[in-house]
Design a protein around this ligand. Structure first.
Ligand SMILES: Cc1cc2nc3c(=O)[nH]c(=O)nc-3n(C[C@H](O)[C@H](O)[C@H](O)COP(=O)(O)OP(=O)(O)OC[C@H]3O[C@@H](n4cnc5c(N)ncnc54)[C@H](O)[C@@H]3O)c2cc1C
Length: 467
């Protein structure tokens, strides 16, 4: 069995197939595992994540994967999400004593950045999602409808759209509301905030991302497999309606009973000959899947400027600030005891792509100093900007019709990747789901079917009673 690509999709397929008794050989082009959800060392020795990554309580397959590779203890879950606007008004989202779906009512009513009219309109839209158990009829419109259209149909106030829906969904889905299929937006609120008390809990790694994958190599090798780094796939060879081999540098060919291609969709398109795309129409359509950017800004201050582990900013370019020193608690940035390392995240950062790095640093520094008064007098020791132009696939209205299944009509060829058909947006959870689904397809074809995919969190509280 050969897996190409050592991101979460490839790793989850490889680990689950190794557990099912297959000898798995994984090939990754880079010198480290983790794909887009990884970390590396800067020339000055600092460990940085490609970008801050977070998970939610509703990401049941990612949680299962972390457990399989012994990384679950490296994720810390938080029950309280803090929001702050430029006027210094704050609001939190956290579960109180009431059962789902009312568990956030207390914090929602006290959310200062939203007006009473904003809250009333939000409550009525949430009720709509609740009534349909995560579905509303207009989601089935041909080609889908955008999240902004969905919100406008429900007469959401400008404040509700900007300071609630946009804040949550641009971060969760990496796209502007007018370019997001409402299906994904509604799902975020159903699975994350309404159906279950713990779906919204935010999990943040307490180590640089690459350290989460130490156990993958161990698991694969323990079962007779291998992990090959610095091995870019150069060609896929086909014969008699199936994959016959894969080729690496120097013309080295490798053969297997099954091949899982877990590379980004643009990379796969480049590797596929035209006649193969004609044979499997879903592969010919991959070019319709667009991508959207995320920008990460890393600041190292000479002193502590922030106590909270993370905070969401409203009405600013900067969307999230993560206190990496606190999250690593003693590791990495905290080496220089009194200094503090913060990471800022800006999703759907189209406006920043063409901006010079220094301009982005100046803009974000001004916003951090406005949000965190202690940063005004602090010296910025150094800063880094990491722009990921193709961070995720864009969850545009109707995008699901372009996403191929993990099993193809081409013999021995399986696909994995957050962009394949999982129903989920481009997330670590989506990537792991795709890897598990690809592994299930391989096992089915081999006549040894097995369920690997984990179920969603079950509805609880009043939702369970009425669902
Ligand atoms: C900046 C940023 C922030 C994000 N934040 C979050 C977040 O907070 N929460 C969340 O859930 N998700 C987040 N995501 C999305 C998440 O990282 C991805 O959805 C997920 O990691 C995708 O995994 P994958 O395995 O499908 O693809 P990838 O991680 O892209 O893996 C593909 C792998 O294939 C390898 N490869 C490519 N071509 C070849 C070749 N020819 N030969 C061999 N190997 C090859 C690549 O090097 C890579 O390792 C973020 C993404 C980015 C970029």
């Amino acid at each position: 069995m050969i897996v190409i690509g050592g991101g979460l999709a490839g790793l989850s397929a490889a680990v689950s197939l190794a557990e099912a008794g297959w000898r798995v050989r994984l090939f990754e082009q880079r010198p480290f595992l983790g794909g887009r959800a990884t970390s590396y060392v800067l020339p000055d020795g600092e460990h940085v994540d490609n970008c801050q990554h977070v998970t939610l309580g509703c990401c049941t397959n990612l949680e299962d994967f972390y457990r399989r590779v012994g990384a679950q203890g490296k994720i810390k879950f938080f029950d309280r999400l803090l929001f702050q606007d430029p006027q210094g008004r704050t609001g939190t989202m956290h579960a109180g004593l009431l059962p789902a779906p009312l568990h956030m009512t207390g914090s929602f009513l006290g959310f200062a950045p939203l007006s009473r009219a904003d809250k009333k309109s939000i409550a009525s839209a949430l009720l709509d999602i609740l009534r349909g158990k995560g579905h509303t009829d207009d989601l089935d419109a041909p080609g889908g409808i955008s999240m902004l259209q969905w919100l406008q149909k429900r007469k959401q106030t400008p404040g509700a759209i900007e300071r609630f829906w946009r804040v949550v969904l641009v971060s969760a889905l990496d796209e502007e509301l007018e370019r997001t299929d409402a299906r994904f937006g509604v799902d975020v609120f159903w699975k994350g905030f309404l159906s279950n008390r713990s779906g919204y809990r935010m999990g943040v790694p307490t180590v640089p991302l690459a350290e989460l994958y130490d156990g993958c190599k161990v698991e694969i090798e323990r079962r007779g497999g291998e992990v090959n780094l610095r091995m870019p796939l150069r060609a896929i060879h086909f014969r008699d309606g199936g994959v016959s081999s894969v080729e690496f540098d120097g013309g080295r060919q490798e053969f297997a009973d099954a091949y899982v291609f877990a590379v980004p969709h643009e990379a796969l398109t480049d590797l596929l000959p035209e006649d193969v795309k004609q044979q499997e129409p879903s592969l010919a359509q991959l070019g319709n899947i667009k991508v959207s950017p995320i920008t990460g800004v890393h600041f190292w201050f000479d002193r502590e400027v922030m106590r909270e582990p993370f905070i969401t900013l409203l009405d600013t370019t900067t969307q999230w600030i993560f206190n990496k020193t606190a999250l690593y608690s003693g590791k990495n940035g905290a080496r220089k005891e009194k200094s503090q390392y913060l990471q800022l995240v800006i999703s759907a950062s189209y406006n920043l792509l063409q901006k010079p790095r220094q301009e982005i640093i100046d803009l974000c520094l001004a916003e951090v100093r406005q949000a965190l008064p202690a940063a005004v007098k602090a010296n910025l020791l150094k800063a880094t900007v990491i722009k990921e132009a193709a961070a995720t696939f864009s969850p545009e209205p109707g995008v699901n019709r372009w996403r191929p299944k993990q099993q193809t009509s081409i013999q021995r060829m399986y696909l994995a990747g957050d962009w394949t058909d999982t129903g989920w947006p481009a997330t670590m959870e989506g990537a792991v789901r795709s890897g598990y689904l690809a592994a299930e397809a391989v096992l089915r074809a081999a006549g040894t079917p097995k369920v690997i995919l984990q179920p969603d969190l079950p509805p609880d509280g009043l939702v369970a009673m009425f669902a």
